[in-house]
Structure formats: C-alpha cells, structure tokens
Design a protein around this ligand. Sequence first.
Ligand code: IMP
Ligand code: MG
Length: 168
Amino acid sequence: MKILLTEQQIRNRVFELTERIAKDNTSGQLHVLFVLKGAFIFCADLVRCLSNYNIDITLDHVLAKSYDGKESTGEVKLSADVDIKGKEVLLVEGIIDTGKTIKSLKKDLMKKLPTRIKTVCLLDKPERREVDINADYVGFEIDNKFVVGYGLDYNEKYRYLPFIAKIE
Ligand code: IMP
Ligand code: MG
C-alpha cells in the first residue's frame, strides 16, 4: 500500500471545495445527500467545513453499491423515502470511476423535483469513464489505480484510514 494523498492534502482541498460550494449556493439552504458507504468520511469533513458559512444544512444518505472487489456491478438502489422536492441538493460521492453510479443516481433524484442538484466528488478517475457525466466539484483527478481509505474500501476493508492509498 502506498499513500497517494495525505490527511493534510485532503483537508486543504476539502476547505477549497467548500468555499466554492458556499459561493455557488443560491438559497441559503443546502440538502446534502451522501452516497453510502464510500462518501461518509468525506461528507463528515465537508459539512463541518461548510458550517463556517451562513447556510442551513440538512443531511440524508442514499445507498449505492456498485463494486464487488475491484469490479463494478453497476447496481444502484435509491430508497423511496428520499424527500428532496423543492430543495437545493448537494450530492456527495467519494469517487467517480465509470460514472455509472452518479449518473444513475442523479437521473433518479431529478425525478423527485429538487430545485437543483450539484455533485461533488473527492476523487475522479476520468480515464475510466464509460458514460457522459462529470461532477460539478472535483477534489482530485487520479489515474487508473484502485485506491482505498478516507471512506473507500476494498471488500469493506481500509475505509477507516485517514489518508488515500493505492493498492499495489
Ligand atoms: P462508478 O459507478 O464506476 O463511477 O463507481 C463509483 C463507485 O465505485 C464509488 O462509489 C466507489 O464505491 C467505487 N469505486 C470506484 N473506484 C474505486 C476505487 O479505486 N476504490 C474504492 N472504490 C472505488
Ligand atoms: Mg466499495
């Protein structure tokens, strides 16, 4: 395992992302939807950083399980009780790879009539994209390597690591 992004690098970038997210916010309100499980640590840091701005934040989660080991299964589940009608939504994802998860989630969420949905991901692997989608805010573009830590797993392991590392 080799460290790709340190705690400090992540912290600095999270701060920069929240500045932009806060600046773009139009309603003074933000409904933050984080994608489980991978985005839980990123989102926890992001919302605490967003607390420095004058925005009313509410939080909910959506479930996506698209990976089995290192292979995408493309499976996305949206629970029926996600209520975002008339809300300004920030969808928080840990990593965008093929793009299938975020694209499918966004499509399903749009049907629930939010005023708008912005997406933020900590990591992006643009080389791996299979569908046409990009996040509005991207923490770091990385090359085509499987990474773990800061919420991301390999078969449920390593999520707790405070940094991002490459699996050799
Ligand atoms: P996509 O649908 O192919 O864009 O995959 C996105 C999802 O795959 C993320 O929410 C992660 O759960 C998982 N994923 C993709 N790449 C990695 C990785 O390098 N490490 C850990 N999980 C990954
Ligand atoms: Mg996973």
